[in-house]
Ligand binder design. Structure first.
Ligand code: AMP
Ligand code: MG
Length: 409
């Protein structure tokens, strides 16, 4: 059986990243939140655009004020006032200063700002009560960014901070990757939708909803193809349709060794290459990964147990979906945490225990979700934001010990 790391490497190797020229669309700045940049952006202007003041105070020439103190102040003539948004009209000559406010352009002749707390104003004159540093409180043109150099790289996910940068650089239209299409289908004779009335023996198809949410959270377009019965012909038709319509297919159920588990056989019949059939992981051991070369589709056959399904998505599908989407930084994130509970595992498979990660005084602490850690128990999976990892060979990690935790975002 493959280890988790081997399976992850095989999966990431099989991902075909969207094409940065063909698989893109132009989107307005207003609608670009959450999208992935497909082009490297460069600004046309330096940032700051011009020398400006970082303080409310007086713009002066350093030469005029380099030898002053409270006991020996220097008095300067205030010849103009410059507010943020003004264009300075008067140059500063020796013995002169300009009243200036935060963000306002420096006038010619001034190279230093004296903060107003270190001055005393009377009429058209100002006393400078202490020597500033040369060029103090001046934000120089180009200090933060030089025009023409890369501002944001292709592969960046756009959020509030990136939108601020793009707006500042006046990039109002951007090339972003199209959202990947992800087909989701649930297999099983026992499944009904949440709206249907439950008959004895039936359960609700929660996976369809969980996976659609997972896909949308990761920037994909979920194509909910519904429930497919455990009948080879119906399943084959549904899987063929899913492969034809999506970049990625997520089916749940039917990949185990039961009499009604047809998925692997059907994938092979449809011309798929099966790269993975099971992984030494708990939950989620039966995991099928196949590719279809004629249309670049990556297929994940995920176990039906709701917990196994989501843990498989977080551990294996998420990095693949991110990579496919064009995101540069697609690897899962791990942190070290101390555990607030004893953690137990069988030791034969890498085991993922779900729970809550909290940052306490700068250090992560992991709390195991209460209740059963059976892969059929989806109830205590709610509010999970971290999966504690028990390596192969480890059966017990005791309270207060350090453990590796995978972040779930
Ligand atoms: P399977 O992987 O098909 O053997 O299913 C394993 C377990 O997960 C069974 O108890 C199923 O009833 C349950 N299960 C399968 N598919 C779903 C689904 N879509 N939603 C919720 N539970 C499911
Ligand atoms: Mg089944």
């Amino acid at each position: 059986m493959l280890s988790v790391n081997e399976a992850e490497a095989i999966i990431l190797d099989r991902v075909k990243v969207l094409d940065s020229r063909l698989d893109t669309e132009i989107v307005d700045l207003e609608a670009v939140n959450g999208r992935i940049l497909a082009q490297t952006i460069a600004g046309k202007l330096d940032f700051p655009h011009w020398d400006n003041s970082a303080m409310d105070g007086y713009a002066v020439s350093y030469e005029d004020v380099k030898n002053c103190s409270e006991a020996h102040p220097v008095t300067l003539d205030v010849v103009s006032e410059i507010a943020a948004g003004d264009r300075p009209k008067i140059d500063i000559k020796p013995g002169q200063a300009a009243r200036i406010f935060t963000g306002a352009m420096l006038p010619e002749g001034a190279d230093t700002i004296v903060m107003q707390e270190n001055t005393q104003r009377s009429g058209n004159q100002v006393k400078i009560l202490g020597t500033p540093k040369r060029q103090e409180f001046v934000r120089h043109q180009g200090a933060f960014y030089q025009a023409g150099t890369p501002l944001l790289e292709a592969g960046v996910k756009i959020g509030a901070a990136e939108i601020a940068v793009l707006a500042t650089a006046q990039c109002t239209q951007l090339a972003v990757y199209r959202r990947p299409r992800v087909a989701i289908l649930s297999t099983g004779d026992e499944l009904v939708t949440p709206e249907q009335s439950l008959q004895p023996g039936q359960i609700v198809d929660s996976n369809q909803y969980a996976l659609a949410s997972f896909v949308a959270n990761n920037g994909g377009i979920p194509l909910k193809l519904g429930i497919v019965r455990d009948q080879p012909e119906a399943l084959k038709k549904a899987i063929a349709q899913a492969i034809a319509s999506a970049d990625l297919v997520l089916s749940t159920g039917g990949v185990s060794v039961g009499d009604y588990d047809y998925v692997d056989r059907i994938l092979a019949e449809l011309g798929g290459t099966l790269h993975i059939r099971s992984v030494a992981v708990k939950p989620g051991k039966p995991l099928t990964v196949a590719t279809f070369n004629d249309n670049n589709c990556l297929y994940f056959g995920i176990p039906g147990n709701p917990v196994s399904a989501l843990v498989s998505c977080w551990r294996f599908v998420q990095p693949a979906l991110k990579k496919l989407s064009g995101i540069g930084n697609y690897q899962p994130q791990f942190v070290n945490a101390t555990t607030r509970h004893d953690l137990k595992a069988g030791g034969r498979r890498e085991t993922y225990l779900w729970g809550q990660l909290d940052l306490v005084n700068g250090k992560y602490e992991f709390s195991l979700a209460g209740g059963s850690h059976s892969s059929g128990n989806l109830i205590n999976l709610a509010q999970t934001n971290g999966l504690a990892i028990m390596p192969v060979g480890q059966k017990l990690i005791t309270v207060e010990e350090e453990i590796r935790v995978m972040l779930i975002d």
